[in-house]
Design a protein around this ligand. Structure first.
Ligand SMILES: Nc1nc2c(c(=O)[nH]1)N[C@H]1C(S)=C(S)[C@@H](COP(=O)(O)OP(=O)(O)OC[C@H]3O[C@@H](n4cnc5c(=O)[nH]c(N)nc54)[C@H](O)[C@@H]3O)O[C@H]1N2
Ligand SMILES: Nc1nc2c(c(=O)[nH]1)N[C@H]1C(S)=C(S)[C@@H](COP(=O)(O)OP(=O)(O)OC[C@H]3O[C@@H](n4cnc5c(=O)[nH]c(N)nc54)[C@H](O)[C@@H]3O)O[C@H]1N2
Ligand code: SF4
Ligand SMILES: [Mo]
Length: 714
């Protein structure tokens, strides 16, 4: 691939090859720039992931780069209003606000990051929290994303790369189980790989309470009841054992116990709990038993539950015990979601982590990073609070008094949104670095205008662990600054500039690559020049050594090199009566919607999906307002009929301010990953008078919850 920027035929236009700001596919495209304005996106066949395709979000990503709402200067809250101030005033506020806290109780300052950030910003944010602030309390929105899959992989094989092989290998699988992954809407270019497999005779199954667009393309659909995917996998393992299909990938701990447990999951029990027929289970079982290279891919459907880690574990156990785990194009993988969801979980913005996927609990790892940062290992804090526990502690006695948010909009995307809003309002200082006035920025005491994707250099790591360059095409408008510079400014403002005085971005980037050297997520052999020649899948241990397309080969980086299978434990099956609300995404919107709701090319509407039978029983017609109530809140929403949905399930997207998260629980978290239960909330549904406002919060305040007790996150 050619390096960029490179000249185009029109001399007034520059063309810069970069990566999309949105999802984890990380399509490459060319950005055409006239003066300091990007004017067009053109896909490129040279993209190693999408091969010339992009989705609508990428194609129209330019629409919000110079949106009228774009933040172009700092805003400080004075007399209740956010008013424009200079950078000097903004940084003076930071200094006055944070220095007294840092002098007495550094853990009172929290930091919240994002899988939308480049690797370099992820690294710098973690370094900023531990070294400049000295706080233990940093975590990020990946906790709400794939943390259950990450926790299961980490505890089983010692590390976590979403896909252990290049996407191209998917075409060699003969059975693909998409468990709660609606990739036609969420990772559209990945469909070409599934179609490739299907063209070669593979069977593709969508396991989802809804018959999604993906299910229609897949051709096979199993509509499990939300939250029962783990039971389904145990049922499959039971059948594999009964049919003599157990031939483990490698010796491992825990196999006997895991196989014993499967005895308790005969087809009748599994069919009943999952809300499917025994025939459907046996059909799937026979296909799995007969496949040469089955591939299980999980999305957020099975993962975003209070037992998400154990659910993923059941699929890992199944893939491992049937000998498919780690095979190119087979076994198990999780589909990473955010643009840098993979790199974002490796380089130190997690509550318990140091760069290179090192552990804050490991004395050797602490010493390595302390040496690089020029501090004593004892100066590095211990692991801190996980995302939801961080929010729950905001404004609490002895908790968090000041919070810095970079790249997330938790007022919309965190569970129990009303409680999160209340907690953020109780903070003394809320500093939000964003480029648009997100709902969270609107609550801030200080808003700092940051940089967008095309206004900065960096690298991102996509869903296959592929590291690619993001290239700067234009400069940020007005007084907006590159995020990495803002973090350095903040370090200076709190009087701790040492280690945050990079003259150029390149200095930061080279330090980042160095910091990962020797970790399991080792990028030590990478440089901007090497990435100009070709993308690379980690680990890349030396400048002249190869990258690693195939990640999961024994021996594993566990204490004795062996995998550790764990016996999952599940809550009693959900009550067979009543409705369950599940939540997720639409193709035309992205996450909390800060960017995509402002984009006129990406129209979509907020509707509650209801099965026609369920609607008819309640006298609801399409477009009618329905009142959906959970233990946490109530929302009035227009109804859309979806005959492909389970009659006992409701579905709504979370992209709007009248968020699905007004209805989700702020306090039921997975004990291992601290993942909230976004995907299953008991709910009721009744019609409301047509005069009520769509999307209004008609009643209901969530009960305040105490921070969770228990161990620190994985
Ligand atoms: N258009 C668009 N694309 C995106 C994003 C976006 O916001 N918009 N976000 C990106 C991010 S960060 C992520 S994490 C990915 C997420 O990508 P996906 O995981 O594909 O997205 P979701 O819609 O959250 O969930 C997938 C499916 O899970 C189903 N589901 C719900 N509950 C259950 C359950 O209990 N079991 C099973 N088996 N299925 C269930 C839902 O019906 C839904 O169809 O998408 C990425 N791509
Ligand atoms: N009910 C329900 N809730 C969910 C989910 C679900 O399925 N259901 N999914 C969860 C998942 S998987 C995820 S990943 C989260 C995501 O939810 P959030 O963490 O809220 O992520 P975004 O909506 O992408 O918010 C990103 C914010 O940061 C800004 N931003 C983006 N990139 C940058 C950057 O590089 N620099 C700066 N300065 N700002 C930036 C954007 O303008 C936006 O305001 O939501 C979670 N919440
Ligand atoms: S949102 Fe994802 S699939 Fe769409 S263009 Fe961007 S990276 Fe590609
Ligand atoms: Mo995500």
């Amino acid at each position: 691939m050619s390096s960029a920027p490179f000249p185009s035929r029109d001399p007034s236009t520059r063309v810069v090859r970069t990566t999309c700001p949105y999802c984890a596919v990380q399509c490459n495209f060319d950005l055409h720039v006239v003066d300091n304005l990007p004017v067009r996106v053109t896909p490129t066949k040279e993209c190693p992931v999408a091969h010339g395709t992009v989705c609508k979000k990428g194609l129209f990503a330019l629409n919000d780069v110079r949106h009228p709402d774009r933040l172009t200067g700092p805003l400080l809250r004075r007399n209740g209003e956010l008013v424009p101030v200079s950078w000097a005033e903004a940084l003076a506020y930071v200094s006055e606000a944070l220095r007294p806290l840092l002098a007495t109780r550094p853990d009172a300052v929290g930091v919240f990051g994002s899988g939308a950030l480049t690797n370099e910003k992820t690294y710098l944010l973690g370094k900023f929290a531990r070294l400049a602030l000295g706080t233990a309390n940093i975590d990020y929105n990946g906790r709400y994303c794939m943390s259950s899959a990450a926790a299961a992989l980490n505890r089983t094989v010692g590390y976590d790369r979403g896909l252990g092989f290049p996407l191209g290998d998917v075409a060699t699988s003969d059975l693909i189980l998409l468990v709660g992954a609606n990739i036609a809407e969420t990772l559209p270019p990945v469909m070409q790989y599934l179609k490739g497999a299907r063209d070669r005779g593979a069977t593709v199954y969508s396991i989802d309470p809804r018959a999604t667009v993906t299910a229609k393309v897949a051709g096979r659909h199993l509509a499990v009841r939300p939250g029962t995917d783990g039971v389904l996998a145990l049922g499959l393992l039971h059948l594999m054992k009964a049919w003599n299909c157990i031939r483990p990938t490698a010796p491992a701990h825990g196999m006997t116990e895991v196989l014993w447990q499967a005895d308790d999951y005969p087809p009748a029990r599994v069919a009943h709990e999952c809300g499917i027929s025994e025939d459907e289970l046996l059909t799937l079982g026979r296909l799995y038993a007969g496949a040469h290279k089955p591939l299980i891919l999980t999305g957020r459907g099975p993962e975003q539950h209070a037992h998400g880690t154990d659910t993923v574990q059941t699929y890992l156990n199944l893939a491992f015990l049937t000998g498919h785990f780690g095979k190119p194009g087979g076994g198990y993988g999780t589909l990473t979601g955010q643009g840098n969801g993979q790199g974002g979980r490796e380089h130190g913005q997690k509550a318990d982590q140091l760069p290179g996927a090192r552990s804050l609990r490991n004395p050797g790892h602490r010493a390595e990073i302390a040496a690089l940062w020029g501090c004593s290992p004892d100066d590095l804090p211990q692991p801190g609070r996980s995302a939801q526990e961080l929010f729950n502690a905001c404004g609490e006695e002895g908790g968090i008094e000041a919070l810095i948010v970079l790249g997330s909009n938790p007022v919309v995307s965190a569970p129990g949104a009303l409680q999160v809003r209340e907690r953020l309002e109780a903070l003394k200082h809320l500093i939000v670095i964003d480029f648009l006035p997100s709902e969270t920025a609107q609550l801030a005491t200080l808003v700092l205008p940051g940089s967008m994707w095309c206004e900065e250099e960096g690298t991102t790591t996509n869903l296959e662990g592929r590291v690619q360059r993001r290239r700067k095409a234009i400069t940020a408008p007005g007084a907006a600054r590159e995020d990495w510079r803002i973090l350095c400014d903040l370090a200076a403002a709190v009087g701790r500039p040492r280690g945050f005085t990079y003259a150029t971005f390149r200095e930061l980037q080279d330090e980042f690559f160095r910091a990962t050297r020797g970790g399991v997520a080792d990028y030590g052999g990478l440089s901007a020049e090497r990435l100009d020649r070709a993308s690379a899948q980690w680990p890349v241990r030396s400048a002249d050594g190869p990258d690693t397309p195939y990640a999961y080969a024994p021996t594993y980086p566990t204490p004795d090199g062996l995998a550790r299978l764990h016996v999952p434990s599940f809550p009693p099956p959900p009550a067979p009566r009543g409705l369950t609300l599940t939540t997720g995404r639409l193709g035309n919107q992205y996450q909390s919607g800060t960017q995509t709701r402002r984009n006129p090319a990406l129209r979509a509407s907020l509707e509650l999906q209801v099965h026609p039978e369920t609607a008819r029983e309640r006298g609801l017609n399409p477009g009618d307002l329905a009142r959906v109530t959970t233990r946490h809140g109530t929302l009035d929403l227009p109804v859309a009929l979806n005959p492909g949905l389970r009659p006992d399930t409701l579905f709504m997207p979370f992209h709007w301010e009248a968020s699905a998260n007004l209805l989700t629980s702020p306090d039921s978290l997975d004990p291992h990953s601290r993942m909230p239960a976004f995907k299953a909330t008991p709910a009721s549904l009744v019609p409301v008078p047509v005069t009520a406002l769509a999307g209004s919060i008609s009643e209901g305040r969530p009960a305040r919850t105490a921070p969770l007790e228990g161990g620190v996150p994985v």
